[in-house]
Design a protein around this ligand. Structure first.
Ligand SMILES: Cc1cc2nc3c(=O)[nH]c(=O)nc-3n(C[C@H](O)[C@H](O)[C@H](O)COP(=O)(O)OP(=O)(O)OC[C@H]3O[C@@H](n4cnc5c(N)ncnc54)[C@H](O)[C@@H]3O)c2cc1C
Length: 474
């Protein structure tokens, strides 16, 4: 067993983050990814601006045969969804880990901000984050590069009754040319360099279907995968299996991993696997102002993180809308039209779930059911008039156009379903990401989130993956 590699499933940011920690300790790693597509693209950055980006969104699928009109947006590509992402990487705050449990013990995280603090820093370094030059506009983010926040926006943020930061963004060094669709894409930025230096093996075109369980050894002994070219089944022995296939696929792999010891799938003794899954409810609008403000190269994030009395928060990302405004943003130009993307929060409920359904080719596929309650949607709808009224108090009249609420699942921030909890009846993994009752199996992506605050999840998912991998290695 000691010669067997650690098998990581997936090649997205969570997988890449976990791999760095195993490799740093000299451990053997095999990465298995279902797709072998490396989505084409180019990024050209000059003097801190991404002046050219070629990106044809190849390989992004929207599966909408799900329940409750939820969408599931996924890819079977090397690098996962970082081939398409916007790269906003705010940290969660200490109360994001404590407040949910104070409201309801079902939502208590077993880890806190302090457990993740060093790993946030490590993940930010891996992502090469650019943030605000001013400490008050940067929050807790540790940046590699900084950008001054336009002074008119600083004044607005200071006057408005919300927390505001310049979006911390994984946009890399100020000047480079790269053949990839995004500045940070986890395969070409992290995994491929490790593969080329012989530190890991990446096997593309290997769809992991289930984890093999040994009843005699009472541990997972490897994974069963299907070769996407030959259709043949392959077995990959593993010292430990780290699931990082994206929350929905990681849950599906655990649900398929049935055995006499685990008839409902690994980690499903209490029927909680696949439950409490969530995504951000999202509202989009365009704001037309009666005066011009500096066009924003990096969006401003305004947020209300909720309180114990009013727990449902939201985060508004205010940014440019058009290519001419992008050009203006490089030279300090102004505009009177901005796009506002609002994410709401939603305390996960157990009726939000992932389950397996049969598919035409004899395999099973996950079906996702996401629903948001009326209270959650009302907070989101109110967020735009609230922003208009805050701006009006500063003498800025803002008219909202094209206001629309997206379908559930459209934010692509899937979290939960194999959540962390101290209580085995409410969580699938423990505080070290180990699946309960399944030695050698770890959930290292956002499926392990107990709750999802209003902030973008990927940085936190990478920090958790790094912490888990370092604990596994130890
Ligand atoms: C348009 C867009 C914009 C976004 N913007 C942001 C943002 O600004 N900030 C942010 O925090 N997040 C953003 N996200 C979300 C972010 O991309 C995801 O949260 C993140 O990529 C999830 O990382 P992951 O490693 O868990 O999974 P993924 O990135 O989904 O990667 C999973 C990998 O696993 C592989 N895989 C799946 N199933 C199997 C299997 N059975 N066997 C083997 N391999 C498998 C897939 O091929 C894939 O490579 C955005 C997403 C989109 C689509």
């Amino acid at each position: 067993m000691s010669d067997e590699p650690y098998v990581i499933v997936g090649s997205g940011p969570a997988a890449a983050a976990a791999a760095t920690q195993l490799v740093a300790r000299g451990l053997p790693v095999t990465v298995l990814n279902d797709g072998s597509l490396v989505p084409p693209g180019w990024v050209v950055r000059i003097n801190g601006r991404s002046v050219f980006r070629r990106d044809r969104q190849i390989g992004l699928e929207c599966i909408d045969e799900t329940e409750s009109s939820s969408e599931w947006i996924k890819t079977a590509s090397l690098g996962g969804l970082t081939n398409y992402w916007t790269a906003a990487v705010p940290r969660f705050e200490p109360h994001d880990f404590t407040m949910p449990g104070e409201l309801d013990h079902r939502h208590a995280w077993p880890i806190g901000y302090d457990d993740l603090e060093p790993w946030y820093e490590a993940a930010e370094s891996l992502l090469t984050v650019t943030g605000a030059a001013e400490p008050e506009m940067r929050g807790t983010t540790q940046t590699t590069f900084v950008r001054p926040t336009p002074s008119d926006w600083q004044e607005i943020v200071e006057s408005i009754g919300l927390t505001g930061v310049l979006t911390p963004s994984a946009i890399g060094r100020p000047t480079f040319i790269a053949r990839r669709p995004r500045e940070f894409e986890s395969y070409r930025t992290v995994l491929r360099p490790m593969e080329r230096s012989g530190k890991i093996e990446v096997r593309a075109g290997m769809t992991v279907e289930q984890i093999r369980w040994s009843s005699a050894d009472q541990r997972a002994v490897g994974v069963e995968a299907r070769d996407s070219i030959t259709g043949q089944q392959r077995f990959f022995p593993a010292r430990a299996v780290l699931l990082a296939a994206g929350a929905i696929d990681s849950i599906a792999i655990l649900l398929r991993s049935t055995s006499a010891d685990h008839p409902g799938g690994l980690g499903n003794t209490h029927g909680v696997l696949g439950r409490f899954v969530t995504d951000h409810p999202r509202l989009w609008c365009e704001l037309e102002l009666d005066r011009k403000l500096t066009a924003l190269d990096l969006p401003i994030l305004l947020r209300n993180s909720g309180t114990a009395e009013v727990p449902l928060g939201w985060q508004q990302s205010i940014g440019i809308l058009t290519t001419p405004d992008r050009l203006r943003s490089w030279f300090g130009g102004k505009t009177d039209r901005f796009g506002v993307n609002t994410f709401g929060t939603n305390l996960p409920v157990d009726r939000q779930h992932v389950r397996l359904v049969p598919h035409d080719d004899g395999h099973t596929v996950p079906q996702v059911a996401l629903t948001y309650n009326e209270e959650t949607l009302a907070v989101l709808r109110d967020s735009v008039p609230r922003l208009q009224s805050e701006l009006a108090q500063l003498g800025i009249n803002a008219t909202a156009h094209n206001v629309w609420m997206s379908d559930a699942g459209d934010s692509v921030h899937y979290t939960g379903g194999a959540r962390m909890h101290h209580d085995a009846k409410l969580g699938v993994v423990d505080a070290g990401n180990q699946v309960r009752g399944a030695n050698g199996v770890y959930v290292c992506d956002s499926a392990c989130f107990t709750t999802l605050p209003e902030k973008n999840p990927t940085l936190t998912s990478m920090a958790i993956a790094m912490r888990a991998a370092s604990l596994i290695a130890a």
